[in-house]
Design a protein around this ligand. Sequence first.
Ligand code: ATP
Length: 228
Amino acid sequence: MIQMHNVSKIYENGVKALNDVTIHIKKGEFVFLVGPSGAGKSTLTKLICREELPSRGQVVINGRSLSRMKNREVPYLRRKIGMVFQDFRLIPTKTVFENVAFALEITGASNKEIKKVVPMVLRMVGLEKKAKMLPAHLSGGEQQRTSVARAIVNNPLLLLADEPTGNLDPDNSWELMKLFLDINRRGTTIIMATHAWDIVDEMKRRVIALSNGSIIRDQEGGVYGHES
Ligand SMILES: Nc1ncnc2c1ncn2[C@@H]1O[C@H](COP(=O)(O)OP(=O)(O)OP(=O)(O)O)[C@@H](O)[C@H]1O
């Protein structure tokens, strides 16, 4: 489903963030991206959602090369990808319901569909009772679950999460991981960049370790590792 062939990324300021990276990720996999700060994890996730283009090599999602994709096709790609960030990125003036509904509205969903689907997704993340609240009145864990609801409301093929537990305490981090497992069991591929070594070690999933822009380990049922 995701293929990167000999991908390098050099930013305009000359920083080489990724160096000859080749990865294949199959539909339904759960992959942790690990490595020290600056190793290239965020850059890799940005290449997958075409927020950045590779300087060399190819990124192919579902058989489509992202370098050849036209700008007007990018929204269709993004609909297939749900994104979750460390800092939640909710719209502060919208309620929980409205934040999630917004992701559906921009795909042209009808009001009827929004009224049906949003409560279902809020129930799945355990926020059905908080639908009318604003993000500022929620705990960090609840804000992150709202952002997960928003990410999955379009039923994406892929959930891309960049350090999603970075602002959560251990209990909320594990709640989030249970939710991710649930989402993964329903068939969504998950790629999660993280420094949370305890989560990686406990979950025993595929681990891709980056160091200085290169893959130094790619292991099924892997651990965080301390080589990096
Ligand atoms: N937009 C940019 N322009 C220039 N250099 C960048 C840009 N984004 C990232 N970099 C550089 O590319 C390298 C890889 O950064 P990246 O954010 O991918 O690392 P990371 O592994 O996600 O780090 P962290 O764990 O701190 O989030 C770093 O040296 C960083 O400074």
